[in-house]
Design a protein around this ligand. Sequence first.
Ligand code: SAM
Ligand code: SF4
Length: 321
Amino acid sequence: MLRDSFNREVTYLRVSVTERCNFRCRYCMAEKPFSWVQKENLLSYEELFAFIKIGIDKGIRKIRLTGGEPTIRENLDELIAMIHTYAPAVDIGLTTNGFLLPAQAEKLKSAGLRRVNISLDSLDPQILHYIAQKDVFEQVIRGIEAAVDAGLSVKINSVILRGINEHEILPLFEYAKEIGAQIRYIEYMENSHASDALQGLRSDEIIEVLEKAYSFIPINKEVSGPANLYETSEGYRFGTIEPHRHDFCATCDRLRLTAEGDLIGCLYFEGAKSIKEAIQNGNITKATEILADVVFNKPEKNLWGIENVEVSSRAFYRTGG
Ligand code: SAM
Ligand code: SF4
């Protein structure tokens, strides 16, 4: 079992398979980075899997593949199949912008993928174009449909930005409800890679809008997860992810692995330890020690809710969000 120094059990590993992306969302990768990690510096699927196996043996029960855009790395189904074959009970999820799902949803499901979180910030093609800096609406919607048709459990992730898509809180809710997907409103997290002018809505503002149209009650916080969950009188569940709240990190159960092998204890902070050399040398003992070290030194909490601290310099496209 992996337990940090604040007595939180770590059971969830988010694995970024690439930092590259086919979108340029203004809150994440407003501009193409000055340089990409060279392909030869990425861990191969075999190397990522070698580390994932150590994690599973130590108590990881949930893996999420992310990026950048994970579906742009070739043959993602192969990595999923490796994990699924090794540990069929491990819950494998994917976070994606959905653009390539029309071609991949079936294949990923057959390989062992159970869940997919798809980012959708607008139902207005022009607004989505503005946010993603690419004309993507039709294909993202087709991607969502393909995921539903493939039998994947689908969630919708939406970041609500002041003056941009704040009038879409209800339409996005209704769309997600209609297709049987849980919507989760993620508060915009300020970071130095985003466009300067962006401002996100806080979840109490989002809840206030929803309360005018629906009656719902808070239900227990997601079991081992960051979302605050609500249920409408019709039984539809949705969530908010509130990294600015002081108690957000109290139940944090996760670590992040970047595509080049940096193991990260917290999304906010720069600190990381590389497992690359240990994995490439087949040194399982060393890789296990690094895992234990990163778990032990996991920070108590992020600093998004604290006034007057510098914005995080972590790039979400590197850590996988
Ligand atoms: N490309 C995939 C996607 O967009 O879903 C996976 C990677 S993306 C970094 C993962 C999640 O982080 C997405 O739901 C995205 O909306 C969210 N995200 C990225 N930057 C963010 C920010 N500054 N604040 C809040 N959420 C952010
Ligand atoms: Fe790409 Fe996802 Fe970041 Fe948008 S949020 S730029 S889709 S990695």
